[in-house]
Design a protein around this ligand. Structure first.
Ligand code: HEM
Length: 513
């Protein structure tokens, strides 16, 4: 049957039947009236409305996104067989999402928090996701600590309030967090907008070439707009005045044609260098010194297109640290290893098992051939009549052993190994304070710490200030003075082992016994 010409500009139901009236339900009377079950349009409207909300991301709920491209500016293909990196001038379309971490979906953009820096590259070998932050380090170095750490950033189970005791109790019991804490409480913790911040892959990753030679890499994205931060006071004020400040800034800049860009670099370390490096190169609480491993240019990232529909393109975006392409793989960083499974698991819950069929998550320049089938919201053809198993003689499909990552010899003992707290936990945070921050930056850091730590119990203030003292004496002294703490007591605590320090600063009486 030949269809009549489709109606245009017609308000319709979800199945495109024309709507005759959108302002009055089907009722039995003019001023009062029983509503008819037969009003399927009213029913559709109310029922769909009731189902508009989906679970927000358990972390990084508040975010913004934009489309753009990555362009190679320096040929490093001797290190990696990743096709999207194999030629100077090659452009790969990509999508970026930036976010705060701890707050809910409606929370303020300017909250003191690390910023997510999540990137999806639509390469010819499938999607590559680099799910980083605006910091080169993280608070904890073992994935098993992550849920507890995040709970301390969320709300108190009883009061439903953000709670300085939870926050600083955990941090002061976790000295490995100091490096990230320093960055967070400097003005880097309140960037004006993603346009004005750097991004990092944070973890160490593997790059390997066709000959299965491999190196370890760290990614750095340097903003071409220059770093711009709010001070703590400005950020707090902006949270009230315009909680969506950064979202607006990014969107409007792109609308104006001021496309933000980042110059992309890598640090490279050979396996031999890694074996002898004084800092554990796979510990995400530490950085590699640029004097040892200088930044090598790799490319440029440009964001030049705003989403048309926020929900479909940004809210439904699903980034996964496990989405590697041939030539790039994970390192034995214990935090990264935990992340590899966590994200798709979260996304199967948040978006459903077929979340990769959502347009923003689909590969764009490579063909999918999978034996995965069915599941809720399978909408992509479901592989038609292709065999749903492998190996098969009923389809011309093969695997690509040449793409596999290099064999990595391992020799270990299975147990719950801890990377113990040691003096190394205090070195880089101290260097950050002394060498990275100028005098103004130092004062802001001290004030920002004071402004938050003052809300915690005094025992926790002592424990945390002693840790700051271990990073840098002047820093510890100044924070202690701001908080009105006894300096001798801070020094005594700083000179103890972490175990003794914790014992000496237990809250009295211990709650929940
Ligand atoms: C989002 C887990 C550490 C960056 C998420 C989500 C989960 C998660 C479950 C929500 C995913 C979703 O619903 O789409 C973890 C775990 C970690 C960890 C278990 C440690 C073991 C990190 C680190 C970084 C990071 C170290 C950065 C270096 C991000 C970003 C997002 C995110 C940027 C938001 C992605 C987006 O924009 O959709 N994380 N995370 N996470 N995480 Fe992590």
């Amino acid at each position: 049957m030949e269809n009549e010409k489709n109606r245009v500009n017609q308000l319709t139901t979800e199945v495109a039947t024309p709507v005759s009236n959108d302002q009055a339900s089907l009722t039995t009377g003019k001023k009062v009236g029983y509503t008819l079950f037969a009003d399927s349009y009213l029913n559709e409207k109310l029922a769909h409305f009731n189902r508009e909300r989906i679970p927000e991301r358990v972390v990084h709920a508040k975010g913004m996104g934009a489309h753009g491209y990555f362009e190679v500016t320096n040929d490093l293909s001797r290190y990696t067989m990743a096709k999207f990196l194999n030629k100077v001038g090659k452009r790969t379309p990509m999508f970026a999402r930036f976010s705060t971490v701890g707050g809910e979906k409606g929370s303020a953009d300017t909250a003191r928090d690390p910023r997510g820096f999540a990137l999806k590259f639509y390469t010819e070998d499938g999607n590559y996701d680099l799910v980083g932050n605006n910091t080169p380090v993280f608070f904890v170095r073992d994935a098993i600590k992550f849920p507890d750490f995040i709970h301390t950033q969320k709300r108190n189970p009883q009061t439903n309030l953000k709670d300085a005791n939870m926050f600083w109790d955990f941090l002061s019991l976790t000295p490995e967090s100091l490096h990230q804490v320093m960055r967070l409480f400097s003005n880097l913790g309140t960037p004006k907008s993603p346009r004005f911040m750097d991004g990092f892959g944070s973890h160490t990753f593997m790059w390997y070439n066709e000959d299965k030679e491999y190196v370890w890499v760290k990614y750095h994205f340097k903003t071409d707009q220059g770093i711009q931060n709010f001070t703590g006071a400005e950020a707090e004020q902006m949270a009230g005045l315009d909680p969506d400040y950064s979202t607006k800034d990014l969107f409007n800049a792109i609308e104006r044609g001021e496309y933000p860009s980042w110059s992309v670099y890598v640090q490279i370390m050979t396996p031999e260098e890694a074996a002898n490096y004084p800092v554990n190169p796979f510990d995400v609480t530490r950085t590699w010194y640029e004097k040892d491993h200088p930044l090598i240019p790799l490319g440029k990232m440009v964001l030049n297109r705003n989403p048309i529909n926020f929900f479909e393109e940004v809210e439904e975006a699903a980034f996964c640290p496990q989405a590697f392409v041939p030539g790039i793989w994970a390192s034995p960083d214990k935090l990264l290893q935990g992340r590899l499974l966590a994200y798709q698991d979260a996304q199967r819950y948040r978006l459903g098992v077929n979340n990769r069929q959502i347009p923003v998550n689909q590969p764009k320049y490579s063909t999918i051939y999978t034996t995965q089938r069915d599941g809720f919201m399978q909408v992509n053809g479901n592989m038609g009549n292709a065999p749903n198993y492998y190996p098969t003689t009923f389809a011309n499909v093969k695997v690509a052993p040449e793409d596999a990552q290099p064999p990595i010899p391992v020799n270990g003992v299975i147990e719950r190994h801890t990377i113990e707290t040691d003096e190394g936990d205090f070195i880089q945070p101290g260097e950050f304070y002394r060498d990275y921050l100028d005098e103004d930056g130092k004062s802001h850091l001290i004030y920002n710490v004071f402004n938050s730590l003052k809300n915690a119990d005094q025992s926790i203030q002592y424990r945390q200030t002693a840790l700051f003292y271990k990073c840098d004496k002047v820093l510890g002294e100044l924070i202690g003075q701001f908080l009105g703490l006894d300096e001798d007591k801070v020094i005594q605590l700083a000179n103890m082992s972490q175990e003794e320090r914790v014992k000496k600063t237990m809250p009295q009486p211990i709650p929940y016994t």
